[in-house]
Design a protein around this ligand. Structure first.
Ligand code: RIB
Length: 302
């Protein structure tokens, strides 16, 4: 069977990944252990995950005319992603992210969007052919919000399946957009933020999003697993137990792996199991894209 096409629209960032024992608190100066430059960006990570796992993937996004941009595009292309349609901004530098990773493998991230903000509606209109080409459109929130809303609408006009990873969580997603989303994939923090920062439990938060029009909510719950909530009810998919060294891009891995599995005809349940396994491998390794598994690594565990 011909695999379906996956169009990932989103950010590309050079990650400055800083290793430290524990996170600094406000006003504190601490010594870190090391710093490394690694390919990242939520959009690029999701495209990379799907590409490494054998998906037919095209990426739309924007980098600057600089060395970081060239390295990011190369990294994606080496992971099997079609990068020919990525834009180069003449005015803005490639996006960067400063990532602190502590001894528990937990992270804190600050993103400087740079050229990601040039991934705008005008560019997406120029790339309309890619919307026609694909079957799945995958989005996150590190490009201008209007560009995300435009992409969701254009994808649905053309009858495509939409996966929206609301990360980092916006204050609000318009109702008309939520009702066009097939899979919304927030983590716990994002569910809370999207429900007006209330302390509702995750299940309740996911149900609220359903009632606002989303077809399926898949809440990614870190080392506990993933919870699927839709009109048929809810299903919990426990995570595989591993020792985590760096959770950077674990959610991106989940999204990329899930869409890669769906695009090759796996059922929804199979795709979530596949994504859980892929992200359980990613957290055992450092970095974003370099931590993402290839197909054979997931296959031996399934
Ligand atoms: O999800 C992890 C990613 O978030 C990092 O690679 C960083 O670039 C930020 O976009």
């Amino acid at each position: 069977m011909m695999k379906k096409g996956i169009l990932v629209i989103g950010s590309l960032n050079m990650d400055l990944s800083i290793d430290l024992a524990k996170m600094p608190v406000t006003g504190e100066t601490i010594l870190g252990r090391g710093i490394a430059y690694k390919a990242g960006g939520k959009g690029a990570n999701q495209a990379c995950a799907a590409g490494k796992l054998g998906g037919r993937v095209r990426m739309l996004g924007c980098v600057g005319q600089d060395e970081f941009g060239q390295k990011l595009v190369k990294s994606l292309s080496e992971s099997g992603v079609e990068t020919d349609y990525i834009k180069e901004s003449r005015d803005l530098p490639t996006g960067t992210a400063v990532i602190y990773v502590d001894d528990n493998g937990d992270n804190s991230i600050v993103v400087i969007p740079g050229a990601n903000m040039a991934c705008d509606i005008e560019y997406l209109k120029e790339q309309d052919e890619q919307f026609h080409w694909c079957d799945y459109v995958v989005l996150q929130m590190e490009i201008p919000y209007e560009a995300v809303w435009y992409s969701v609408k254009r994808a649905k006009e053309l009858g495509k399946m939409v996966i929206l990873n609301p990360a980092p969580a916006p204050d609000e997603i318009p109702e008309e957009i939520l009702s066009l989303v097939d899979y919304l994939t927030p983590n716990e923090t994002e569910i809370i933020a999207l429900n007006g920062k209330s302390k509702d439990d995750i299940r309740e938060g996911a149900e609220k999003l359903l009632s606002r029009g989303v077809s399926n909510v898949i809440a990614t719950l870190g080392d506990r697993g993933a919870l699927l909530v839709n009109r048929y009810g809810e299903t919990f998919y426990p995570a595989r137990k591993v020792v985590s060294v760096d959770t950077t891009a674990a959610g991106d891995c989940f999204n990329g792996a899930m869409v890669a599995a769906l695009a090759e005809g796996q059922s929804e349940a199979e795709a979530i199991l596949f994504a859980n396994i892929a992200s359980s491998i990613a957290v055992t390794r450092k970095g974003a894209q370099e931590s993402l598994p290839i197909r054979e690594e997931v296959a031996v565990i399934m």
